[in-house]
Design a protein around this ligand. Structure first.
Ligand code: NAP
Length: 295
């Protein structure tokens, strides 16, 4: 049967390379994008009728909710084989989302938690399905700031980014405990240093300049993408749930990512923040500032 894969962050960098990798393997790919013009251009360039896009702003709980409902309407009967979370962001300055949550946390982790939850019925329709979450080596210097998860105090680019990426690993290990791996398996991915424009999107000044040099030492996006496509499709990786992967091999994640108490606390916190955001009217605020139209 043809494999059906959902990929977030499908319009740039590692995500776009992952999309191309799955198409090469003959899969049907549903890319998730926030910018329709960018998605249209990719569809026109790739000229592959197995590629389509669904839209949503992953910084907004309401938008992720609507996206999840749309995916359930479209694929609820037949299910999906993999959900690959690649979308991510960093920011020099603290910014808040329409839900008044810190933006890095909202995009890099809360959306992963919420979209996975909404896609679980689709994944369970195809036993042996897989969820990949792109984390980062930066998770090793991360701490979950339970008393100030939105980092109102002491915001710094790395504090926010490392926190969100540690949350990703905690979540993968948490879900591996909660869900039978014969149904759905979870994989945290370290893509290594990759030559993409991620830091340049919302960071002016020094950080932008440093990244423009640093990215030159990175691998082309197709390298980590190749490993991710293999982990999502190859029977060798079936059921190996809850591990942290780099270059197609499992390596040790941070010790902090193995604490069951922290996993449970984070899970409950995210559920609570999602429920709160859905229960209140959306604040009259512009969407994600990284959208080209809002720069
Ligand atoms: N590059 C590295 O060296 C590196 C290292 C470790 C981990 N990572 C991780 O790898 C993942 C991909 O990063 P990348 O380097 O490929 O970055 P990238 O080229 O900037 O791609 C990020 C993707 O996420 C999408 N995105 C960002 N905010 C979004 C939102 N609010 N709603 C929907 N989509 C959104 C972007 O959409 P647009 O196309 O519209 O901007 C883009 O498609 C991230 O999770 C990152 O943390 C990267």
């Amino acid at each position: 049967m043809e494999k059906r894969i959902i990929v977030t962050g499908a319009t740039d960098g590692i995500g776009l390379a992952v999309v191309k990798g799955f198409l090469k393997e003959g899969c049907r790919v549903i890319g998730i994008a926030r910018n329709p013009a960018k998605a249209e251009k990719i569809v026109a360039d790739l000229k592959n009728d197995r590629l389509s896009f669904q839209f949503g702003d992953l910084s907004s709980v309401r938008s992720v909710h609507d996206l999840g409902l749309a995916l359930n309407r479209l694929y609820g009967k037949e299910g999906i084989d993999a959900l690959v979370h690649v979308a991510g962001a960093v920011g020099t300055h603290r910014e808040t989302t329409a839900d008044d949550y810190e933006r890095t946390f909202a995009i890099n982790h809360l959306a992963v938690h919420q979209l996975t939850d909404l896609c679980l019925p689709l994944l369970k329709r195809r036993p042996g399905s897989r969820v990949l979450v792109v984390s980062s080596r930066a998770h090793k210097v991360g701490i979950v700031h339970f008393h100030d998860v939105n980092l109102k105090h002491g915001y710094w680019l790395l504090t926010a980014y490392a926190q969100s990426k540690l949350m990703n690993v905690l979540y993968v290990r948490d879900m591996a405990r909660r869900i039978d791996p014969r149904m759905v398996s979870f994989y945290a991915i370290d893509p290594g240093l990759v030559d993409t424009g991620i830091v340049t999107k919302t960071t002016p000044g020094l950080e932008r300049w440093i990244w423009s040099w640093r990215r030159k030492a990175g691998e082309p996006a197709l390298v980590p993408a190749g490993h991710m496509v293999r982990i999502a499709l190859d029977p060798v990786f079936a059921g190996v749930s809850g591990r942290y992967w780099k270059n197609g091999e499992t390596i040790h994640p941070a010790m902090l990512s193995g604490r069951v108490k922290t996993m449970n606390r984070l899970h409950a916190l995210c559920d609570d923040m999602i429920a709160k955001a859905l229960s209140r009217p959306v604040l009259p605020k512009s969407p994600d500032p990284a959208l080209p139209d809002h720069r």
